[in-house]
Design a protein around this ligand. Structure first.
Ligand SMILES: [Zn+2]
Length: 293
């Protein structure tokens, strides 16, 4: 994001549902509304009163007579919430460095806890970065795992019985990360994660955990650092990038979400890595908030 809009700017710019609809329409259909059924661009716009007596902004295709709204097929679809609240919710979620809890959204948007929770999860789902996931990481990549949940610090393996292992890979040149919750930290599990996200020939930096030993004789170049001795070997072999990710992530979990169930952990991981990877960029959801669209 080049320039962060302030909450004041957002509230001023999107103070009515009509302004939000018009804005979203320009983002969704830069060349004018298009029928989502037949692709025609001959569209009539009209307003109608919904069941709850709220004004609905609709489109009708002149060719196939299909009626639709600007939100159909998007994360806002099927929601009774006005776009004014959605936009503000996106703003709050995207601009908070450590994430926003449903409880906080509930208070700030004056919605029920259920609605706030649903909203936050919809936005997190939209944050799944499918395109980025097609491209494997190359060059120097750091890989490490950590354990989320449970009580106290335990060692790897048996001591981590009540914790969920999470693995992450960070590409050093782009600074991007990918994270995954795992069932275990066996060699085969970690190997499958690394093979999914790293190009053969990539230089993988890990610590000396035995489940990474296979990398020595694999399609990757493997460098290890022994954390008992040093944190940086030969000036460049380290996993400090990932250590930084873990400390941010754990602060987000304990400070904001308090408890994360294993069912929803993958969604939190999505949100976290999305925000991390797009920290310098205009993300898809932020387009909603750009003035110049
Ligand atoms: Zn049509």
């Amino acid at each position: 994001m080049d320039k962060h809009p302030s909450i004041f700017e957002i509230l001023k710019r999107f103070d009515t549902e009509e302004k939000c609809v018009q804005h979203f329409e320009r983002i969704r259909w830069p060349h004018g509304p298009t029928c989502i059924k037949c692709g025609s661009t001959r569209i009539m716009k009209f307003k109608t009163l919904g069941k709850t007596k709220k004004i609905r902004y609709l489109y009708e295709c002149v060719d196939c007579r299909y009626q639709f709204s600007v939100t159909v097929g998007t994360v806002f679809h099927d929601s009774h919430l006005p776009l004014t609240k959605w936009f503000l919710g996106i703003y709050l979620i995207c601009s908070a460095k450590k994430g926003v809890s449903a409880k906080q959204l509930q208070r700030q948007l004056s919605v029920s806890y259920k609605t706030a929770w649903y909203m936050a999860h919809r936005i997190r789902l939209a944050m799944q970065d499918d395109d980025d996931f097609c491209q494997k990481f190359a060059g120097v990549c750091e890989v490490d795992e950590t354990y989320i949940g449970g009580k106290g610090k335990g060692p790897r393996g048996r001591g981590a019985a009540n914790k969920i292992p999470v693995v992450a890979i960070k590409e050093r040149t782009s600074g991007k990360i990918r994270m995954k919750a795992l069932n275990n930290v066996k060699k085969s599990t970690l190997a499958s994660f690394i093979r999914t996200h790293a190009e053969p020939g990539a230089e993988i930096h890990t610590d000396e955990f035995t489940s990474y030993k296979w990398l020595d004789s694999s399609e990757f170049v493997h460098n290890t650092v022994n954390h008992k001795e040093t944190y940086v070997k030969a000036g460049k072999i380290h996993t400090n990038g990932i250590e930084n990710v873990w400390s941010l992530f754990k602060r987000a979990i304990t400070g904001v979400f308090h408890k994360v169930s294993d069912k929803y952990l993958p969604l939190y991981l999505n949100e976290f890595s999305y925000r991390f990877n797009h920290r310098e960029q205009v993300c898809l959801l932020y387009r909603v908030l750009e003035t110049s669209c």
